[in-house]
Write a protein that binds this ligand. Sequence first.
Ligand SMILES: *Cc1c(COP(=O)(O)O)cnc(C)c1O
Length: 417
Amino acid sequence: MTEKKVPFSIQDIENITAEHPTPFHIYDEEGIIQNADYFLKAFRWVPGGFKNYFAVKALPNPYIIKLLKNLGMGADCSSLPELILAEKVGLRGEDIMFTSNDTPAEEFIKAIELGAVINLDDISHIPFLEKHAGIPELICFRYNPGRLKSGNVFIGNPEDAKYGFTREQVLEGYGIMKKKGVKRFALHTMVASNELNPEYFVDTARILFDLAIEVYKTHGIKIEFINLGGGVGIPYHPNQKAVDLELVSRGIKEAYENMIAGEGLHPLKIVMECGRMVTGPFGYLVSRVRHIKNTYKTFVGLDACMANLMRPAMYGAYHHITVLGKENEPVEYTYDITGSLCENNDKFAINRKLPKIEVGDILVIHDTGAHGHAMGFNYNGKLRSAELLLKENKSVQLIRRAETVDDYFATLNFPGL
Ligand SMILES: *Cc1c(COP(=O)(O)O)cnc(C)c1O
């Protein structure tokens, strides 16, 4: 069970909306800081050091990336704008992981220019990288374990996944890179998304340790770090439980002691690319009730829509909803909570039991701090909302303004006008 609380009162939100109208996402800085501390402490034992590269796509806002940088995290980027965002907050060199796929030449060029860790997705990218950007001193390969590991519902069966090298290709690839003069090597995999089973990540570590040992035996190459990817889930539903990171860490430590310690690969560094788990639970989409409609069901229409948060419409994902100020009222009504987009899947919740809702009420949609605002879009002329940061001292900072109609038209010319 996970208790679903909000870090603000209805008075706080009414004060904020006087200056920043709904809808908006608001991120809880204190929550992010405490969670990062817990996460990084859990892995302090790693002999070669531990680092998390925050997956920029989860929450691509410079204030957040900078906050995480100050907490010791790097950035995991997979596009040119993400690389530039990392650069703009002062990240450089090996504080940037470039984990891309189907990569354009200009992105390799930028990543090499920044000195980022290049995490290659395919063996055919070796000559492509060499031709366009040159071969760096350090190279990482993304491994796809195929049948060795079952994926989860979000990423699917690894054999069907477009990502990564096969085992044979990993072994061949390191041989090629060694001949090309690469001096430092790393190994990555990521086969799950939003996974809540702690064993999953221990398994992944074992698979990478095993392959790192095989690479060492085959080529005499000492893998410098393994990258376990992201994919640590969060308890969107109150019935779910957060991943116990200390348990994951203990499992990985045991595997390390059995497989790596005392061998040639020790001390090995371990890194991750978690996004969702780092910021997800600390974001809230705050929206006001615009209309209540009674037909065959009761529909509560918000001023937010799936352009602000598409996970429920896209994956049927559960997001908890709090009717602000009515936390202690009986949950006696059943509603569909909708937005204004002309798609019937534009619903944040279907048949959700909630307290009695009135027009003007504030609804808070939980766990929007990762893959929330970031997945927004403009279909149907819907504009993306502002993002606010609720600072540790309880002040509020606008960290992205809301889009305007001019933003929507910015890429257009009007013929004959
Ligand atoms: C999306 C992604 C991540 C982050 O995933 P989370 O579920 O947010 O932890 C990390 N690495 C890669 C390569 C990704 O594509």
